[in-house]
Ligand binder design. Sequence first.
Ligand SMILES: O=P(O)(O)OC[C@H]1O[C@](O)(COP(=O)(O)O)[C@@H](O)[C@@H]1O
Length: 333
Amino acid sequence: MVGAGALEYAAVTERVALRVARLEGSGDAGKAYALAAKTFREELRGMPVAGRVALLREHHVDEQGRSRPLKEEAGTLRAGDVVGSGRVRVDLAVEPVEGLSLLVKGQEGAISAIAAAPEGTMLRMPDMYMSKLIVGPRARGHIDIDAPAAENVEAIAAALGRRASEITVVVLDRDRHRELIEEIRRTGARIHMRPEGDLTPSIAVGLRDSDVHAVIGIGGAPEGVLAAAVVKCLGGEIQARMWPVNRSQVERLREYGLADPERKLTTDDLISGDDVVFAATGLTSGETLAGVRYFRGGARTHTVVMSTRPRMIRFIDTIHALEPDAGLQGFQR
Ligand SMILES: O=P(O)(O)OC[C@H]1O[C@](O)(COP(=O)(O)O)[C@@H](O)[C@@H]1O
């Protein structure tokens, strides 16, 4: 396993969540991002690895290519940073907060997440857009990002032994997806249009009891690599393609060694090898994870951690006594 027990990564996202979820409804996205990135940095310091931050959700570059950097703060995490106190070299993909605006508006579905894999196995790329097609284990081998979305929806439904009208596809609610949404609608499939976050539904897609069968559309590249980690652990498949919005992004891709921006990226291109850990903790409640619930002197967190070695997925419901008098009247089961 990548240098540390999977549970140690889960403890990191838990501690990030404990601090950052206090900003639910605060309206201050910059502050929430900065606190999450800073807490990740502090918490990763104690990990028994030499972790290189290969991918980091840093700032938004919108569809027009305008960069909206999030609040800069000393001590925050940066792509390329090496963190940890050990020797085993790992690549880290860090999502300080997925769903920043959900968190600061007190809406459902914000998480903090991290993935780890041996150094050199994560495809490094700048924080820009990526087109993605993500399915669970039973639809693996039945998708092709080069084919029209409608064909993929039909193929996914057939692989699940269902009609297209019996599956649900997650698409981010963005103008760039208008045609995609119309095309999926014509198949009869249900569409879950999310205001933010395509990583969270990528976890749901890999779980049998969820009602989400595919994630399709353009979102952040770091979330694509994190989704690849989930896919490696849960089974399933991701196909992707970078989606640069201007020439300078094409140039940046070249600097990262991705000379052909049109290249189709497979799960193994995004993370090569089969040694992966993924952990995420809910900030606000969503379909897979409950959000942080605070009580007098403490809090309760809900985390999912999964790994390939050993192959396991664990949901962790933790009660944290943060002050000496927490739980004096007993803890609730
Ligand atoms: O909001 P955009 O620019 O369409 O980007 C979509 C990407 O942003 C996210 O919704 C995360 O957003 P935040 O970084 O604001 O939390 C990803 O899940 C998604 O891949």
